[in-house]
Design a protein around this ligand. Structure first.
Ligand code: ADP
Ligand code: BMX
Ligand code: ZN
Length: 316
């Protein structure tokens, strides 16, 4: 039986797993990104994780030998240049590292890298909520915002593999400074990082926020549940900007389905109707009518299953 490994590198967490050709993750490990050493030492840690997962196999099922792992797929924040990380504000300290060749040297297994959102899109298309479509887009609302695009039943990764940087479309030219060098990018207005920043900026307006010891994205959602008007306004603003971003995908790609995932979309039941309404508002009606907007079928595993999908494709 052939096994595959997936490595999902994000601004907040790094997940490593071993799975099969059906897209099932058999065992996995997760680490906070800022607890993993950066650069080459980080690659050592990831390679150790793959080896130790083989040994442990999550404590269940048959023993997997490293030799049974046919390929490793990696999803990484971009931008990338033929596998090498370029400027990566959400992943400081990894610039200039070639993830695929670095892991291949350490593990002796073919390794392939894609942008993390592109990989997650592939995971959703092959094994999740995108199944059965020929044209779909996946959008992650996580540390940043990214997207993965499937056109004509094929992954569209662009000329240099960096297609889908939806988080860096500029919505407010004089808006908040983005790490990419622009201002007012979608991800400065609507991401886990943006929610935490905006809530922090507005804490003096909200007795609820003032009572919190630390403010992160989940704090804002708890505030909504507690009836806090500032948190409600922050979520309204975020979904408006996401609707704008998604309307670009609707008008540009005419996708059959847009799949939404990432850490922030753990609140999908609250967010989905608001995002659908805003996307409808900003899209051409004829195109919106034929676009479904749904939550990720793989939940918080889209990135890891996506990395696994990259490995599956690397082998074929
Ligand atoms: P990564 O960006 O590393 O791929 P995630 O997809 O988990 O990781 O996204 C991390 C972001 O999502 C962080 O900003 C975090 O605060 C936010 N987040 C995680 N879980 C939740 C939640 N339940 N509600 C709101 N935001 C969340
Ligand atoms: C950022 C960008 C994208 C990535 C997206 C989601 C960086 C370092 N990365 O916009 O390449 O796809 O975030 O990444 O600028 P995540 O870490 O939030 O999952
Ligand atoms: Zn930007």
């Amino acid at each position: 039986m052939a096994y595959f490994a997936g490595v999902d590198i994000g601004g907040t967490k790094i997940a490593v797993g071993i799975g099969n050709t059906e897209g099932a993750i058999l065992c996995e490990m997760r680490f906070p990104t800022d607890e993993v050493p950066r650069g080459e030492d980080g690659l050592d840690r990831i390679a150790e994780a793959v080896k130790s997962l083989c040994t442990q196999n999550g404590g269940s099922g048959p023993q997997i030998r490293l030799a049974d792992v046919a390929a490793v797929g990696i999803g990484s924040p971009g931008p990338l240049d033929r596998g090498t990380l370029l400027k990566t504000a959400n992943l400081p300290g990894w610039e200039g590292i070639n993830l695929a060749s670095g892991l291949q040297t350490r593990l002796g297994i073919p390794c392939r890298v894609e942008n993390d959102a592109t990989a997650a899109g592939m995971g959703e298309w092959m094994f999740g909520a995108g199944r059965g479509t020929s044209h779909m887009a996946y959008v992650t609302v996580s540390t940043g915002v990214g997207s993965g695009i499937i056109v004509n039943s094929q992954l569209y990764s662009g000329g240099r593999g960096n297609a889908g940087e939806l988080g860096h479309i500029v919505l407010i030219p004089d808006g908040p400074v983005c790490h990419c060098g622009q201002r007012g990018c979608l991800e400065t207005l609507a991401s886990g990082t943006a929610l935490a920043r905006i809530a922090h900026e507005r804490r003096n307006e909200s007795p609820y926020l003032q009572r919190q010891d630390g403010i992160d994205a989940p704090t804002v959602f708890l505030g909504v549940e507690a009836g806090d008007a500032v948190c409600q306004a922050i979520i309204q603003d975020m979904t408006r900007y996401l609707g704008q971003g998604l309307s670009f995908l609707v008008n540009l790609l005419n996708p059959e389905r847009i799949v939404l995932g990432g850490g922030v979309m753990a609140n999908g039941d609250m967010l989905l109707p608001l995002i659908q309404q805003r996307t409808q508002e900003y899209s051409m009606p004829a195109l919106y009518r034929t676009t479904e907007i749904v939550l990720a079928g793989l939940g918080q595993d889209s990135g890891l299953v996506g990395a696994l999908a990259v490995a599956l494709v690397a082998r074929t």
